[in-house]
Write a protein that binds this ligand. Sequence first.
Ligand SMILES: Cc1cc2nc3c(=O)[nH]c(=O)nc-3n(C[C@H](O)[C@H](O)[C@H](O)COP(=O)(O)OP(=O)(O)OC[C@H]3O[C@@H](n4cnc5c(N)ncnc54)[C@H](O)[C@@H]3O)c2cc1C
Length: 289
Amino acid sequence: MASRLAEYGFQTLLLSSGANDTLNPILRQKSLYNQVFQTSHLKHYLPTNPSRNLNNRTINTIVWNTLGGNRVNGGGVERMMINDWTSFIKATNDPSFDHHQMAKYYQMVENFTSNRPSLISTNHGHHGPIKITQVYEEDVSHLWQNVTKELNETFTYDYSGAIDYGFSFEPSSFSDGLRSWSAETYLTSAMSKYPNLKVITGATAIKLDVDETTKQIQNVLFVSTDGLFRGTARKEYILSAGTFHSPHLLILSGIGDPDILRAHQISHKTCIKTRRKESDGQRSHHYAI
Ligand SMILES: Cc1cc2nc3c(=O)[nH]c(=O)nc-3n(C[C@H](O)[C@H](O)[C@H](O)COP(=O)(O)OP(=O)(O)OC[C@H]3O[C@@H](n4cnc5c(N)ncnc54)[C@H](O)[C@@H]3O)c2cc1C
């Protein structure tokens, strides 16, 4: 997203708590993928409490702390399901989340190849930066089709088509043993290409300062090895710190469940509400805090 904003001319600052490890072979090479799990500086430390529902076991929750985030994952590439997009439309009352409409954004990302191109060529993009390969193995394919029949399930050649469930072959963002991912393909080239994009790595956002009266974010506080800093946006703050750290940062900023805030003695700002505004035929979202 940062590289797209820069491409469209916006002055963009990206704060990433992880380092730029794009040249690290552990992240690049498929054969070294297991080593990522053993490399502690690549991870956020997220201890879980023992869960009663797991017979008091704890879960080893993994969150990668690298530029480009958890995309240094297993490499499987799936789209969100049609039903999920329908839930987005219902939750936001915004029909532009229609899955046909969203497919074009997936296609912008993809440089897709397959050994069965006739079946999937129209569903995928072929000129995007992320290399994705889908390999059908004929023998295994027959095997799975038989399994599917036995289980009375569905087999599909491509989850990106009309049938996005059941059994299929998962496309992968590893091609020729090398990973293709956001930090490497989008950010690395954007950082040298766009002077209006600044990426600060090793920078952890610790609080969004909210103006008590206007309920607008005034600035973001972040720490790096160089000290404590304050960043002020002229236009928008975009929070995408992942499933765990996005709500965590909101809570540190006094936005969230009042019971949790009280338990940690954080003063409560009030909860986020989203509101839609139509102006001059342009769609814009307002996030009132
Ligand atoms: C082991 C594993 C395997 C997976 N395998 C697959 C797979 O094969 N296919 C698939 O589709 N999905 C897979 N996933 C899930 C997928 O990777 C995630 O759903 C996806 O990356 C989430 O993207 P995100 O942008 O929401 O957050 P993230 O990718 O988590 O990005 C958040 C970023 O914010 C940074 N950050 C966090 N807190 C702060 C802060 N306070 N200040 C500054 N920066 C901060 C983090 O370091 C990170 O770079 C896997 C996940 C894991 C953990």
